[in-house]
Design a protein around this ligand. Sequence first.
Ligand SMILES: [Ca+2]
Ligand SMILES: [Ca+2]
Length: 376
Amino acid sequence: MNILQEKAGSWGAEIPAGLTATEGRLYTLRDNANPDIFRQLVVEFRQWMKDEGFDNKPLIISEYGVLMPSDYLADDIPSGDQMVIDFMRASFDFLVNAKDPTLGYPADANRLVQQWLWYSLNDQPFDPATGRGSNGALFSHLDPRQITKFGVAFRDCVCVLLATPTPGPTKTSTPTPTATPLHCPEPANNAREGACGPIMPNVTYRSYISSTNDPRDWFYFDMATWHTIEAWLTNIAQGCDYDLYLRDANGNHIITSPNPGNADEHILWGPVAAGRYYLVVVSINHTWSASVPYALRASFGQAALPTSTPTLGPTVWGPHKLYLPVIVKRHCSQGHECWQASDTATRVHSRTRTPVPLATRTPVVPTDSRAPVPLA
Ligand SMILES: [Ca+2]
Ligand SMILES: [Ca+2]
């Protein structure tokens, strides 16, 4: 599903074979990432299903996303990138929540859509020379270990879905990590052996570098699965300079965010294997503040739990085949609903058909004569 104009001899979706019309809906390039049109098209398709007697069937959007390059969507690339992210978030929110008692699928609480897949995992960016490619790839086309800003947005959307399953008649037995006050005595936390923790993902912790005798604060977290690690150190007091280090389970240095002055620090690393990691807030030039607490937050998907838990991770890749990421809502054994991020499309379709590797798939792209026209 892509929002493209229908016009004979031009870029976009062209006109279906057999029709004599030369024009249908004439969407603009920027409409390609318009969530209002996306919502309208889903509703219209559900209406068509009802009219044709398919209203008691699930609706699966087997592929959708944003084809147009970001500088076709907006005046500059960062603004266009943000449109793609906004489109992703708005469409996910709609797809999760949209219900209609007259159009929806009765077996799914009248939701309009039952499953959907975002395109792409790591297709190449649009290449004007060949007319191939797509926007919104979750990982780098050249290096699939590198998550993109779209991948980070996708991950965060999926993590929210996983953190808030639809309430059912009984509670699930899956333990949920909770943020508890950290035990962080000084001066023990100046060394790895006295690190504060475990910190939980996406929880902001506030603490102090509180004297000239306080050189650093160690924190640790236990990550459940392969995942990207992202961390932010903010609210550094005026006149202070703190840096942020990421270290591995043995305390070996991985990466530093060394911005000058009291500028915020930010680390983005991975994906890397599950295990214990350390974040270290380091005072530069013996600067400190006992009155302004710094704020530390880390995002790493899921904290390790004492019992085994389902694997979390929106995407995986193998050496030979790439599959589209998918979010699927399934019905749990006790009759209540759960949201789950599948690591590959294989799980979804394994009982019905073999997924097609991307390498053999034909991208939906304009041909040369229909290529999008760059904005003046
Ligand atoms: Ca300390
Ligand atoms: Ca700094």
